[in-house]
Design a binder for this molecule. Structure first.
Ligand SMILES: [Zn+2]
Length: 139
């Protein structure tokens, strides 16, 4: 399992920043093919220029990742090493098990204090959590 980095291009001069995406989106997946598929479940799209969604002079807002990309990481702390605090505050992490963590809730050591559960979410240890979409406060 690795973390794939999707960095948003500010096509048209603006970033899309909402509940689903921010400037940096990290997706946990077994490989790039799955990462690209999961990304599409979370508001990321590809080929925005050819589809008429993005500005043709600025280029696509999002690009598919590749297994050979240099910015594929083994752990969350590994992703953070390459971010400034500003970037971390504009990052969203999607765990394959179904949890979403905003970068603003992550400390520089990779621990985090809040997690939002997606449909079908599980957490480490295989515990299936019944209430979806809620935010857990972690100790
Ligand atoms: Zn443009």
């Amino acid at each position: 399992m690795r973390w794939f980095s999707f960095r948003q291009n500010n096509s048209g001069g603006t970033f899309v920043q909402d509940e689903d995406v921010d400037i940096h989106v990290f997706i946990e997946a077994d490989d790039a093919i799955h990462a690209n598929e999961y990304a599409k479940l979370h508001g990321i799209y590809f080929d925005g220029v050819s589809k008429g969604r993005d500005c043709s002079c600025c280029g696509d807002r999002w690009y598919e990742v590749d297994d050979g990309d240099y910015d594929v990481y083994n752990t969350i702390p590994d992703t953070i090493k390459h971010l400034r605090q500003y970037d971390l505050n504009h990052a969203i992490y999607y765990f394959r098990a179904g949890a979403k963590v905003y970068g603003r809730n992550i400390k520089m050591d990779g621990s985090f204090k809040k997690v939002t559960l997606q449909p079908g979410a599980t957490i480490t240890g295989g515990i299936v959590l019944p209430q979806l979409g809620r935010t857990l406060e972690l100790l």
